[in-house]
Design a protein around this ligand. Structure first.
Ligand code: HEM
Length: 472
């Protein structure tokens, strides 16, 4: 066979049939019936897909239900697809699950490109820009409240995952609802609802329903529980919307038509091109700000604390720098945030994209409707880009600068809308924590696991920390 292959190569293309078929992206062989699904549902999918990329290259192909899934694992291929070819790669794939949780596909994050989606994205982005004016004051208040919560633990070993999620959720509440903030107990309850929702959404028993449609006919208790939480989520958002309308009337809106106070919350500007958003688009935009912004930012804070327990000298270095320059967010604190987002990007596989037109990546054709998965985790662990990629070395960002190799928020037309907010939160919250507390393990030598697991949001495995209050 080898001799035959060598002879064919020497002979060149057959006479009369000189066209070579287009190259296809390489990838592992598809399994009968299951195709590439086991790779996508792997319990440590970001790492597993990264290992496949080392074997088959940074743009690899899996087969799924007769279509192509293209996994992109280097910053070059990710920037090529979603930056340079953003128009061709900005779609979202049709999803049975997304339809169930987003009022029939009216979602900003999971919705496909359409005129309604474009207006929803523009309105949400503009509203976040408008809210920027109030951000510093909100973050300062929330960070102080977080430290207050931590002081109440009096240095006992605690798991702070829920505290972080509650404060990131409260920050978004405060941005959106302004002076009509819901009571704290309601926000705490809603935070738990979002945490539960994302946990169930990431489970293989739910995600498999998008990948293998025949399984949808079977009873699925996890899906049932997920839909119950979706109802709770929607009830919370609806209650706030109503309260805001009533509140706006009480504070002077009046009249027949409920008026909202556009200066306070995130209400899309009625002057926006194409008119104000419909009720479902508005509802889902608000939901997305909570879903997109609560657990992701909280997970990054959790990882930062876990890494700092492993390297207490970095925490001490940040504290010393902040003592010299209290408002200084660049330096080692900024580097610590960047290195945390590099090593454990909270959305390691971002969200799946769809090729809206036939396109190409790395010179290889990608058919229309292919599913595109950016593996941000693998790109952040690329040994060609990062020296000692597995190690937590914030110092690297002081020497090399973050550069364009860091893409925790994705890029292009579907890039994260909350990047500015998330970065500001991480700097202010972590800065306050390190200024006010020394981080200690629950017992000498008991350090958090840094293991990477599955899930839509990459969370640190549960751990406990002792927050020792420092003298002011
Ligand atoms: C989308 C990361 C915080 C709102 C995304 C995407 C990533 C991401 C990777 C998908 C990009 C893509 O499809 O290629 C993160 C990280 C965060 C964070 C790492 C925190 C550390 C936030 C916050 C908000 C937010 C605070 C808002 C309050 C959104 C929205 C989308 C999104 C609305 C959907 C954009 C679209 O589909 O057009 N985020 N995010 N995120 N994020 Fe974030």
């Amino acid at each position: 066979l080898l001799a035959l292959a060598a002879w064919r190569r020497l002979r060149g293309p057959p006479e009369g049939g000189g066209r070579t078929p287009p190259r296809a992206l390489p990838g592992p062989p598809a399994l009968p019936l299951l195709g590439g699904a086991p790779h996508l549902l792997h319990p440590a999918a970001p790492r597993h897909l990264g290992a496949l990329a080392r074997r088959y290259g940074p743009a690899l192909r899996l087969r799924l239900g007769g279509g192509d899934v293209v996994v992109l694992s280097s910053v070059e291929t990710i920037r090529e697809a979603f930056g340079r070819r953003w128009g061709a790669c900005a779609g979202r794939p049709p999803s049975y699950l997304a339809g169930l949780v987003s009022r029939g596909g009216q979602d900003l994050a999971l919705g496909d490109v359409s005129p309604g989606w474009r207006r929803q994205r523009r309105a949400t982005r503009d509203a976040l820009v408008r809210a920027q004016r109030r951000l510093d004051a909100i973050l300062e208040r929330q960070a102080q409240a977080l430290c207050q919560d931590f002081r109440r633990y009096r240095g006992a070993p605690v798991d702070v995952a829920e505290d972080f999620a509650f404060r990131t959720c409260s920050t978004i509440c405060s941005l959106i609802f302004g002076h009509l903030m819901p009571p704290e107990a309601e926000v705490r309850d809603f935070t738990r609802c979002i945490m539960g929702l994302l946990e169930l959404w990431g489970r293989a028993s739910v995600r498999v329903l998008d990948l293998l449609p025949p399984l949808r006919v079977l009873p699925n208790p996890t899906l049932r529980e997920l839909l119950r939480l979706v109802e709770r989520r929607d009830a919370f958002v609806q209650a706030q919307l109503q309260r805001h309308e009533v509140g706006a009337q009480a504070s002077g809106g009046g009249g027949q038509v409920p008026r909202r106070d556009p200066g306070v919350g995130l209400w899309p500007d009625p002057g926006i091109r194409g008119g104000p958003l419909g009720p479902d688009r508005l509802h889902m935009a608000l939901v997305d700000l909570f879903i997109g912004g609560t657990e992701t930012t909280a997970a990054a804070l959790g990882w930062a604390v876990a890494f700092l327990l492993h390297r207490p000298e970095v925490a001490a270095g940040v504290r010393a720098q902040l003592a010299e320059e209290p408002g200084g967010h660049r330096g080692l604190l900024g580097a610590t945030v960047s290195e945390t987002l590099r090593l454990r990007p909270p959305a390691p596989l971002a969200l799946p994209h769809r090729a809206c037109t036939h396109t190409s990546i790395a010179g290889v054709p990608v058919p229309r409707n292919s599913l595109l998965i950016p593996n941000l985790f693998a790109a952040h662990h690329d040994p060609d880009k990062w020296h000692r990629p597995e190690d937590f070395l914030p110092e690297r960002f002081l020497e090399e600068g973050p550069g364009r190799a860091l893409v925790p928020f994705g890029c292009g037309a579907r890039a994260c809308l909350g990047e500015g907010l998330a970065r500001a939160e991480l700097l202010v919250f972590l800065g306050h924590i390190l200024r006010n507390f020394r981080l200690e393990p629950p017992a000498p030598g008991v350090l958090p696991s840094l293991e990477v697991t599955a899930g839509t949001v990459l969370r640190c495995p549960p751990f406990r920390v002792r927050l020792i209050a420092l003298e002011p």
